[in-house]
Write a protein that binds this ligand. Sequence first.
Ligand SMILES: Nc1ncnc2c1ncn2[C@@H]1O[C@H](COP(=O)(O)OP(=O)(O)OP(=O)(O)O)[C@@H](O)[C@H]1O
Length: 275
Amino acid sequence: MADSLPLPVGNVIDLEKVRVTFGGKNKVTALSETSLRISHGEFVALVGPSGCGKSTILKLVAGTLAATEGNVFVAGREVDAESARIGMAFQNPTLLPWLNVRDNVMMPLKIVPPFKKEFSRKKRGEYRDRVEASLARVGLAGFGDKFPWQLSGGMQQRASLCRALIHDPTLLLLDEPFGALDQFTREELWEIMQQLWIEKRPTVLLVTHDLKEAAYLAGRICVMQARPGRIVDDSEVPFARPRTIEISFQPEFVSLTQRLRERIVAARAVQEDAT
Ligand SMILES: Nc1ncnc2c1ncn2[C@@H]1O[C@H](COP(=O)(O)OP(=O)(O)OP(=O)(O)O)[C@@H](O)[C@H]1O
């Protein structure tokens, strides 16, 4: 099912020998000689010890940080704010407290082309229906009039996912969006995320510390190492979709997460030796 949607050929993300350094005298090399290609419709997870450069990669792709050396292409163009339609979700739901849930979710339709030019005309009709359908899709039917502070953390995160996807982004950047949730809410949202990905097939780049999450959601997992930050392992996740929580108890799944864990433990050891 997931493979049946026709997808454009080519890469959505193409990092070519990228280097990022911060600071003056006490320079930190956040990323060194990093190359990463992600094609249309892929779901890639970045994992690795703290400080290895995962968020730096997300910022490069989002266009909020410039590479010190190397090239960053998004959707075939050198990265800039207009180069691709991007959706983002973070560990903190970042909903605007003065707007109700409906208006929060509708925000990208107000500011992102081509939706924004018809916003005034469609905000009470087509766009509103689109938001209501999206809220219903994540179990928030009837919550559009509530304000963020009237929702639980898990409900706010569901609304954030709706906001990240409402404008059908080509590229979805997720920075630990399920990290602050309890295990059961997290697993429920993995299931929703997987279904949304199967239905719409955005290209997804997910940063996570949770190896089970990476192996459940991603088709490819890149392990990073710090000092300097780089990708040291890039492997396919072989499990068929749709995946269920039950597969996470199967020996192949457990051995994959164990192998990733060992890779990260080794990466941390190298990191500690370098300090
Ligand atoms: N603005 C900045 N100025 C100086 N150093 C920075 C800056 N941003 C990041 N760094 C450094 O770059 C390195 C990579 O940081 P980054 O946030 O990408 O790591 P990360 O893998 O996302 O970490 P975590 O898992 O803890 O979120 C770290 O050593 C960090 O201290």
